[in-house]
Design a protein around this ligand. Structure first.
Ligand code: ADP
Length: 395
């Protein structure tokens, strides 16, 4: 069974193609500048890499041409052999888990476009177009909230009137589900312990921590929306809603305008004017105070949740760093793990500075294993898409 996993931007489309009988990655690629007179389609099949200029006025044409390219390069026997396109969808009102994309699912996503403003609108537009233009290809949405359905009530409820939860869906949903699910499975496999207590730290453009026990999510730092928890590259993280009326009064701006600022020019960007941690680290090294502050606030927030989850689970077997920052920033890992000797957590600075890819970075005496682990959200989405299709009788 061939499954294409797509990551959608408003003018781009990145993908991986899997053969799910063996879980083999057959191809990866992207179409960029969709909607411009000339778009670029890049595909990598084994050692073979191809870049071509195409005319892709929209995402449906981009998908059709990319399937053609994959057939020509020998990754796919024919375009009609594709069993499904899987998407890492973010949020929908009253819908979670893994779903075939229907008009009902799209409307539920639309209803939460203002809760996930950076994520939902480009996905809805492209999915709706694909459903209309390529109706023979099943579309599967694997919602980021799905892994967190096991979060117990004490970590799920906000302390608000009960009907807000029951009637309006106001709760901590949790996100980054595909990544945390992958880290849960892979870490349990590496530790040879399915019951392991794991704290997964996905640090990247979006960041969140997840407490995992027995393979199940117990808590996630993201709440009702993907704007909460840790500061993100340009989104706010935890914030007191009572600051909103003060801001509205003092700036004369509308609630929508202020929410837009919180979702697009806050987080690391708001603190120091840059949303790329590489630049921020370089500036901090050169003495830039606002860059140092951004790093300090980010690290303090990570340690806040790390401490909470260590307490909640009465310790941990492993703390895992993943995502663009988690995998690549030795500085952030080092700052997060400093002064944790009371917990018996000891980072090996040498390993932390040199480890690439998957590996441990703790000292032999550390009570908790510290891992760097590249995540693989695409294989999780591909598995979930294959699973829902098999249940519906697709071979
Ligand atoms: P997304 O959440 O959008 O998928 P990524 O997981 O790719 O994002 O993470 C992007 C972040 O990773 C950026 O802030 C970038 O600065 C950071 N990053 C990537 N490489 C490094 C590095 N070598 N050192 C520090 N930060 C890095």
């Amino acid at each position: 069974m061939f499954v294409l996993v797509a990551n959608l931007g408003s003018t781009s489309f990145k993908y991986r193609l899997f053969d799910m009988t063996s879980e083999k990655l057959l191809a990866r690629g992207a179409v960029e500048r969709i909607g411009s007179p000339i778009s670029k389609a890049t595909a990598q099949v084994g050692e073979q890499r191809q870049e071509r200029e195409i005319h892709a006025p929209d995402h449906a044409v981009a998908v059709t041409l990319c399937l053609q390219q994959l057939v020509e390069m020998g990754a796919l026997p024919s375009a009609d052999q594709l069993a499904a396109i899987g998407f890492k969808a973010v949020h929908a009102d009253g819908v979670s888990g893994v779903q075939l994309v229907t008009e009902e699912v799209l409307r539920a996503m639309e209803a939460f476009s203002d809760v996930a403003p950076a994520h939902n609108p480009p996905y809805i537009a492209a999915m709706r177009l694909l459903a209309r233009e390529l109706p023979h290809i099943p579309l599967v949405a694997a919602f980021e909230t799905g892994f967190h359905e096991t979060i117990p009530p004490e970590n799920r409820f906000y302390a608000v009137p009960q009907e807000w939860y029951h009637q309006y869906g106001i709760r901590r949903w949790g996100f980054h589900g595909a990544s945390h699910r992958y880290i849960a499975g892979r870490t349990a496999e590496l530790l040879n312990n399915p019951a392991a207590k794991i704290i997964s730290c996905h640090l990247g453009g979006s960041s969140s921590l997840c407490a995992i026990h027995n393979g199940k999510s117990l808590a996630n730092s993201l709440g009702m929306s993907p704007q909460t928890g840790l500061p993100h590259n340009n989104r706010v993280g935890d914030f007191d809603p009572f600051a909103l009326p003060v801001l509205m009064r003092r700036t004369g701006r509308s609630l929508e305008e202020i929410l837009k600022d919180l979702a697009s020019r806050s987080g690391l960007l708001g603190l120091c004017g840059s949303n790329d941690l590489r630049d921020i680290e370089a500036r901090a090294t050169n003495g830039d105070e606002s860059a140092k502050l951004a790093i300090d606030v980010f690290v303090a927030a990570i340690r806040h949740y790390l401490g909470a989850y260590l307490l909640m689970m009465n310790g941990a077997d492993a703390i895992v760093f993943t995502g663009g920052i988690g995998e690549n920033s030795a500085l952030i890992r080092s700052l997060v793990c400093r002064n944790l000797d009371w917990f018996g957590i000891y980072l090996d600075e040498e390993k932390n500075n040199t480890m690439r890819g998957e590996g441990t970075i703790h000292q032999p005496t550390s009570r908790v294993a510290l891992w760097i682990m590249p995540t693989n959200e695409e294989i999780i989405v591909a598995r979930q898409a294959a699973d829902i299709l098999s249940k519906r009788g697709v071979p």
